[in-house]
Write a protein that binds this ligand. Sequence first.
Ligand code: SAH
Length: 247
Amino acid sequence: MDLNNKIEKIGIVFAMKGEALATIHHFNLERINGNYPVELYGNAENKIVVSLNGTCSFTGVDNVGTQAATLNTYVLINEVNPDIVINAGTAGGFAHSGAKIGDVYIGTNRVVYHDRRIPLPKFDEYGIGNYGLINTDYLAKQIGIKQGIISTGNSLDYVDRDLQLMKMSNASLKDMEAASVAWVCQLLNKTFIPIKSVTDMVDGGIPTEVEFKANFNLATKNLNLKLIQLIDFIYQKTMEEIVSPEK
Ligand code: SAH
């Protein structure tokens, strides 16, 4: 990452269309070309591009999870070549770390996996992932959002071992995409920022799917408000200005 590079083009990876609609409308984005199933929406000169995982042709639901997010991020970077990639979406939050329904978080420190359990030397570490992020302290303060470590897996629920691993990683949030977006960004040398809003409490006792549905609109509204603020703030700034402007 060159700290003097200006952020002129922003790519935003979403899993679900319902999470992205407010941002697509706010910036008047229109459907542009994109490889199936990924759906790209851009404005003039594609300064801001929203990229959706797309829908499953068998079931009609949004393609959620790491496979679709990996493909999405690759297609976005390949077709649009943004200066920075944001992964915006919803997540489960941990009450013990202070998370509340509707809170919006920016990722901090690193993004990890909790369901890639490979108990072999080095592969155990590879499974967890540990994709480092830029320092988001300044951004969190400017936008007025919390910071937390995000842990990714391919299930909306979890088994006990997932929970242990999320605790070991000090995760505040549990989602299904962030680590895979981080991986592609690392491979293709793109700065990556995850921003997630809380639809459900992982350690709250209510079935996730019930809470997810009940709080989706509130969480999505808050997510889009903060995402738009984040985009407006970083647009045309240099990497140095968004990471450590006082220097
Ligand atoms: N039940 C939903 C399916 C969405 S899957 C529906 O009926 O539409 C969940 C999506 O929200 C994923 O993209 C994931 O990143 C995010 N998410 C929200 N809460 C989550 C949690 N507790 N665990 C994992 N992912 C979660």
